[in-house]
Design a protein around this ligand. Sequence first.
Ligand SMILES: [Fe+2]
Length: 405
Amino acid sequence: MIETITINDVSVYSGYSYIGYCKEFVWNLKTKQGGDFIFKGLVCEYDFEEMMLRKDLLLRTPDNIEYILEDFIITDVSQIGRLLGSGKSIKKLESSFLAVKTFIEDEKIVLSKETQLEAFKAVSDVVHQVKNDAVINGEQTRAVTRTLVDEVLQAPDAIMNLMDIKSFDDYTFTHNVNVAAIALSIGSSMGLTKDELEELATGCMLHDVGKIKIPIDLLNKEGSLSDDEFVELRSHPRHGYDILVKSRGLSEESRLVALQHHERFQGTGYPAKLRGTEITLYSRICSVADVYDALTTDRPYRLAMSPYDAIKILTSGVDRHFDPDILTVFIRKFSLYPAGSFVRLNDASIALVLRNNPESVIRPVVKLIKDSSGQKCSERIEINLAESKGLYIVGQASFAEAKTF
Ligand SMILES: [Fe+2]
């Protein structure tokens, strides 16, 4: 099992952070568990140690083909021009990641893998363009968001299959795509037009682009930040807006999402401490989607929360942080038990939530996964809990409890 891959003239990224450039990267697969690699002629932007903060790297060729180097460790730094290491795998972006947060076997889902991949690539292209001082082509992002909008509008009640980051640990790109998807779901429920939804999704996809200007070690810092570090981290909305102003094909409404997504409804946010409707509608929607996806995603410093707990946190800040009207729409849409989450019923069976009943947020339509004795249900049994008075939800169930394999 020897598989050698050589990639020339590679730009090395870790999400928003540009690590450096190398003349040649060579990968040798040794066993099923992994292989080793050499970075030849690596020139790092800062210090190569910053690479080691990461689990996965994104390698990009001059033809814009992207690879993900998974679970890597640098093993020999004695010659900086020949950095050696080992890793789990190297895969082309298309064949990698795209794990989803929801358990969606045989179920109708909102976003196709192709669209998610295209959206991911659009953000990655923007980062690459900024790094190379090129004018950002906002048209490309807009084209992807048109597809996103179409898919969300076609299946408004389907399970939102948000991307997970099991194999690509830089949260930022997948997070952007998720935020756009959640925002679209909220926006379509609020009756926004197709053009408005496109502007909303474009802004959300690029909302964190200012993080390119923030050092990688600060983006990943665990533990508390100094006052100066806080100030620097909080400069990313302003940097993002400045970057997008120089771009082609983006509306001002989309750009303002980058500037205002950390503003909070009661004026406690940054950078300008705007209040209420001083914050644009798209930015108010983006802030709900941003916090929800961040809470339900594993971060270096904490594990992901369940959708149920995340919604409880969002609603607890109802008076302080978020536009209550948007939050109401969001909760109705994502509910306490969002489509795609697991629940335990009063007879000890485990079910997957398929869709919500607008008239009763605690009684969705579910599909049984395990019966009351813990056996996998081999037949498809759908139950509308609004009509089945004897059965009700007693709590959320974890993925581990619902797993049947
Ligand atoms: Fe942000």
